[in-house]
Design a binder for this molecule. Structure first.
Ligand code: BG6
Length: 462
């Protein structure tokens, strides 16, 4: 028997991208970001040595791209603004050419009935700000708050949903713990400072936002992974709990509840890894929490009790307290190395419902990056059945989450047109629309056609 998965009226169907991954440099006099800089000094770290200079050329092609979104029945789309485009030095005078560009983009979205959701920061630190210490510096936090304030002033009249950050955990892990973002530092204490200052920057942006008295809402987008223990053995359960504190609650609690988990703070104190902060910072975080939560879900996390004694001469890491666990026989995306576990999205939504006041939320990213998709071309079109299955598999659980009372308002796929994936550049493709990097030609994939019907029918049948 077929089942119909209908979603609530007004459900947000769309996708997401970011400035650094799709715009290209353009001609507004954009300042360098850490990605431009890192690519200049270490090209070999980027797949096929493709950098962020051109990417998918949204800067020059946004009109056609937005029309294409409209033709595939998107009703919303998340973009990000580039701090380094609006403020080439990170602070000082706003660049008028950049303002004109973003006004044109936002107005084009609105003219096409595609609601723009705007994110202020997606991994793209202006290099001038990194030179001042990046997120380790309170001066940079102030410059970010000023940038956010300027954006609310300039574009606030037309945007319904603002986001302070996308996946703030990304730069902490990549830049200060695991060497996949510039500045490639390995130092947990500095990572903790970066995390704390990002949370403070989020709160300061929310504080500024409230002063504008706009009708819109502001929130944050977090990459959350439900964390499962290997077994019900209490040692495994405790290991998973600690893993969850470091990688989920560290941001979720302060950004949604306004406070840090006590157990996490105790661990950081015990290992002498606490960031520097003031009581005023703590108050600002407490008073300025998110009004909406974007959930990016790609993979679950699994943990088990540590099997070996830690080398005391290795740098402190959360993994001193648990081991990651790989589930035998897991469903797996071999191109990205991520487990696929559709039910995880239901567990996450229920967690937010039960422990975070059922804050208004949506799935702000979910998707599947696949290499060499040209293999799947049939009659000139990529037949990406696996992506359609991936989307449906997750939507069934989102549907269930809504039935169970979760306050989920929409689903945004990562991404619309194949985009530049940081160190992976154009290796794995995520789009509903394929990109020919040489010609910049866009071709709708089978998943794009599926997604159009999904939005038009506000659901699917299976
Ligand atoms: C999310 C990010 O983590 O996942 C995106 O918000 C990113 O910027 C996406 O592109 C997919 O990950 P990746 O590393 O394969 O591009």
């Amino acid at each position: 028997m077929k089942k119909i998965y209908k979603f609530p009226e007004g459900f947000w169907w769309g996708s997401a991208s970011s400035a650094e991954q799709s715009e290209g440099k353009g001609n507004t006099g954009k300042g360098k970001t850490i990605w431009d800089h890192w690519f200049e000094i270490e090209k070999n770290r980027f797949f096929d040595e493709v950098g962020p200079d051109v990417t998918s050329d949204f800067f020059n092609r946004y009109k056609e791209d937005i029309k294409l979104m409209k033709s595939l029945s998107h009703n919303s789309f998340r973009m990000s603004l580039s701090w380094a485009r609006l403020f080439p030095n990170g602070d000082g005078e706003v660049n008028e050419k950049a303002v004109e560009f973003y006004n044109n983009v936002i107005n084009t979205f609105i003219d096409n009935d595609v609601k723009p959701f705007v994110n202020l920061y997606h991994f793209d630190m202006p290099m001038a700000m990194q030179e001042k210490g990046g997120w380790e510096s309170k001066e940079v936090v102030e410059a970010y708050a000023n940038y956010a304030d300027t954006c609310f002033e300039l574009f606030g009249d037309r945007i319904e949903y603002w986001f302070t950050f996308n996946e703030p955990l990304g730069p902490v892990l990549g830049g200060y713990m695991q060497d996949f973002h510039y500045p490639n530092i390995i130092d947990f204490k500095r990572a903790a400072q970066v995390a704390f200052n990002t949370i403070l920057a989020h709160a300061k942006a929310v504080e500024k936002f409230k002063k504008h008295n706009l009708k819109s809402k502001i929130g944050i987008i977090l990459n959350l992974s439900p964390t499962y223990p290997r077994s019900s053995n209490k040692c495994d359960v405790e290991a998973a709990r600690i893993c969850d504190l470091f990688y989920n609650r560290s941001f979720l609690d302060p950004c949604v509840k306004g406070s840090f988990p006590k157990k996490l703070v105790d661990i950081l104190k015990k290992y002498e890894q606490m960031p520097v902060y003031t009581q005023e910072d703590i108050e600002t975080i407490k008073e300025n929490t998110a009004q909406i939560l974007g959930i990016n879900y790609y993979e679950p996390r699994r943990a088990k009790a540590k099997e070996n004694v830690v080398n005391p001469n290795s740098p402190f890491m959360p993994e001193w307290l648990f081991d990651p666990y790989i589930l035998p026989g897991r469903k797996f995306n071999p191109y990205r190395g991520w487990e696929i576990y559709e039910k995880g999205i239901l567990d996450l939504c229920n967690d937010v419902k039960e422990n975070y006041g059922n804050i208004e939320g949506f799935i702000s990213e979910n998707g599947m990056g696949v290499a060499d998709e040209a293999r799947f071309i049939e009659n000139g079109q990529i037949n990406d059945k696996y992506r359609i299955e991936f989307i449906k598999g997750h939507l069934k659980y989102i549907h269930k989450a809504i039935e169970e009372g979760c306050n989920i308002k929409g689903y945004h796929l990562w991404t619309f047109i194949d985009c530049w994936s940081w160190m992976n550049a154009y290796k794995n493709r995520y789009g509903l629309v394929s990109l020919d990097l040489l010609t910049q030609k866009r071709t709708v994939k089978k998943s794009g056609e599926f997604y159009k019907l999904l939005s038009e029918n506000n659901g699917f049948e299976e």
